[in-house]
Design a protein around this ligand. Sequence first.
Ligand code: ATP
Ligand code: GNG
Length: 206
Amino acid sequence: MKQNPYIAVEGAIGAGKTTLSTMLAQRFDFRLMKEIVEENPFLDKFYQNIEEWAFQLEMFFLCNRYKQLGDILLTPAGSRQPIVSDYHIYKNMIFAERTLSGVQLDKYRQIYHLLTDDLPKPNLIVYIKADLDTLLHRIQKRGRGFEQNFDAGYLSQLVEDYETAISHIRAQEPDTVIITIDGNKLDFVERPEDFEQIVAKIKEHL
Ligand SMILES: Nc1ncnc2c1ncn2[C@@H]1O[C@H](COP(=O)(O)OP(=O)(O)OP(=O)(O)O)[C@@H](O)[C@H]1O
Ligand SMILES: Nc1nc(=O)c2ncn([C@H]3C[C@H](O)[C@@H](CO)O3)c2[nH]1
């Protein structure tokens, strides 16, 4: 990856995407793209009643990510700053396949492809793989109000969905470098040497 570095950090809820991408942006002096969380009007309602609010929430995430990525990525590649993002656009499909069904899922899929098929994809994905206990612990520690009565079953399914999705991307986008890091063992928050290990792996591909 010599031109236009574009890194996406991925992993299930609470894996450490925002934390790690913020640290990487600072280290490499890349532009940071973070998704909107606090201003999302549907998250609170969604966690209280997933079936009722899923379509509005997934559409909100899709439109926001499309706007954010499109504004930056659909500019001429030569003039683009290197980027690190705390999500991959495919994240929309990972969640939508889990939360939507029937006609809503069909319509969502169509809109997803219409909006995102021509967006440039990241050339490197850092996939933070962590197990359910680690994620639940971190979500609890972070203490967001709307995540406090978190359904462990939902998260457990998402952990599996992420595994499937990463395999899918590996097969569909063979040019994308995927670096998997062990989110249970590596503590890039507390241990600088763990962060350096991740930085060194990324540098091999920059
Ligand atoms: N490797 C780690 N070791 C210890 N704590 C971590 C690690 N990664 C993240 N944390 C902590 O876990 C919490 C969740 O991290 P963060 O918000 O970065 O996750 P996220 O993947 O962006 O979450 P979300 O999917 O909700 O957007 C934070 O409190 C963060 O400080
Ligand atoms: N349903 C659904 N679809 C998404 O695309 C999506 N992206 C993030 N999230 C949830 C996870 C965290 O609680 C919180 C912050 O990441 O928002 C999502 N939920």
